[in-house]
Design a protein around this ligand. Structure first.
Ligand code: BG6
Length: 494
């Protein structure tokens, strides 16, 4: 699909996300020829920048964060002409008048009414002001042409998410709203759909009869960095499980869609969230484990504990690690545990989905030989390693019968093209008006509903054990117990 003439307006234009992710993504789309000739970016922020200074600020970001590195001078020169800056207070209606004038001027110069994409990269408390002001100034009134991208966090619990959805849909049509979850834009995550539904081999096995359990691990090596202020009010459950991990679970567990239409795919994913068995408060202690990192060693360097990080309370009860076991009440997945876990300050950065198949029903081989007979396992490595591996058992070549695990691998490194960043995929989709990879209001609310009992239980009972894992470990010890109860182990563990 062609991208049509578009003006992108970034609220939070001087923020970190714009510099690190959004601008590099637009620039790389430009490099690859995806942007239309008539294209403009207007950054909004409170700081006093001239257009020139703003462009220089973004150029620095490109050099530091873009996968294509420092931009070539001539290409950057032609791209940066598309960028302008508008100093503004987003809570002031007057700013929207000025913005409107800028938008109109571009439309006039181009001789058409361009599409408008409003990117809300602002703290949650400003979303209301931007939404109401945009609506009142009539800047996003053309339902087919005008869209809003809303960044996370999308609420902080079910009630606030509902409030936010109500607010947005009071002023705009649902079809105009793109709620972003950047995990869905990752190449390896999108490939789950191709892997599952473009191959006849796995789908017949993709159910309770053949699959023993599923693990979804998103382990990060970084700590909270300079985001202590935000993270204190969030924690791992809100920050990662409510959105990214549950979305990954939907991709693994969804029923085959009839078509690749946005609503069809989003319906099938919403079905998964609706099928998750609600936890009672009593069950939370058996189904969920929380952790917080203490000081430790990572890559030969001593790093501070969470409670010593800037912006963090010295007695903080915020979890930096969460593991939860879910069951799905539907035909396909009845009785199959889905273990989700995520943590900061882990030994390594690794995001992985592990689908473990049931053991063979009877071993033909002697007990000794059977020691090496491991169940089949499919590993989808999302990042930083990007591959899909299928473990199977083979005969070790030689004169005797000996068994050995072997692997079939699809490695993304063997594909010649550079892998686009998640934001490139998602922004291009947004420019093309394709909502497939964005979250619908019901999906967001269903995901909050799923984690509510855990949130409530953890908040009402501060942990007495924190910190309960050292930086550089794979999480707290009782996370091992959570999964060991069914005789399972984590794919990577202490
Ligand atoms: C963000 C979280 O949504 O995802 C961060 O707020 C986290 O805490 C980040 O570090 C992880 O994203 P990625 O793409 O680096 O895995």
């Amino acid at each position: 699909k062609e991208a049509v003439p578009t003006i992108v307006v970034i609220f939070g234009g001087t923020g970190d996300l714009t510099k690190r992710k959004l601008l590099p993504a637009f620039y790389n789309l430009f490099l690859a020829g995806w942007l239309p000739e008539e294209f403009a970016i207007i950054g909004l922020g409170r700081s006093a920048f001239t257009d020139e200074k703003y462009r220089a600020h973004l150029q620095e970001g490109l050099t530091e964060f873009s996968r294509t590195g420092e931009p070539k001078a001539d290409i950057w020169d032609s791209f940066n002409q598309k960028i302008t800056y508008l100093q503004s207070d987003i809570q002031d209606a007057g700013a929207y008048k000025k913005l409107g004038d800028k938008l109109d001027a571009l439309d006039q110069a181009w001789g058409l009414r361009a599409n408008r994409l409003f990117y809300l990269s602002v703290a949650p408390q400003f979303i209301e002001a931007v939404t109401v002001n945009l609506h009142e100034a009539g800047l996003a009134n053309e339902v087919e042409k005008d869209h809003l991208i809303v960044e996370k966090p999308f609420g902080k619990d079910l009630e606030s998410a509902r409030h936010l959805n109500k607010l947005l849909t009071q002023h705009f049509q649902e079809s105009q709203i793109f709620r972003i979850d950047h995990y869905l834009g990752k190449e390896t995550v999108q490939n789950i759909l191709a892997f599952r539904f473009a191959n006849a081999l796995f789908e017949p096995l993709w159910n309770r009869n053949y699959i023993d359990f599923v693990q979804i691990s998103v382990m990060e090596q970084v700590g909270v960095e300079d985001r202590g202020g935000y993270y204190e009010g969030a924690g791992a459950l809100r920050d990662m499980i409510q959105n990214h991990l549950l979305q990954l679970m939907c991709m693994v567990a969804m029923e085959p869609p009839v078509s690749f239409e946005a609503e069809e795919i989003r319906n099938r994913k919403a079905d998964v969230l609706r099928a998750i068995r609600p936890l009672t408060h009593e069950q939370v202690t058996r189904y969920a484990v929380r952790g917080q990192y203490g000081p430790g060693w990572l890559q030969g360097k001593q790093v501070p504990g969470y409670r010593e990080e800037p912006g963090v309370d010295a007695q903080s009860n915020t979890e930096t690690y969460a593991a939860v076991k879910f069951y799905l009440d539907n035909w396909r997945w009845q009785g199959v545990p889905f273990y989700l876990r995520t943590g900061k300050r882990m030994q390594e950065k690794t995001s992985t989905i592990t689908v473990q198949f049931r053991p063979v029903p009877h071993s033909t081989f002697s007990n000794k030989l059977s020691e090496n007979l491991l169940p089949n396992r499919l590993t989808i490595n999302i990042q930083p390693q990007m591959d899909i591996r299928l473990r199977f058992t083979a005969k070790r070549p030689g004169l005797e019968m000996e068994l050995t695990p072997a692997e079939m691998v699809f490695d993304y490194d063997t594909c010649s093209t550079q892998t686009p960043e998640a934001y490139e995929t998602l922004l291009l989709d947004a420019l093309q008006g394709d909502a497939t990879l964005f979250m619908r209001s019901d999906q967001v609310e269903a995901a909050w509903e799923v984690i509510t009992p855990v949130l409530e239980t953890w908040e009402s009972r501060p942990s007495l054990e924190f910190p309960n894992y050292s930086a550089g470990m794979w999480g707290p010890e009782n996370a091992e117990a959570l999964i060991a109860r069914e005789g399972h182990t984590w794919a990577v563990s202490n």
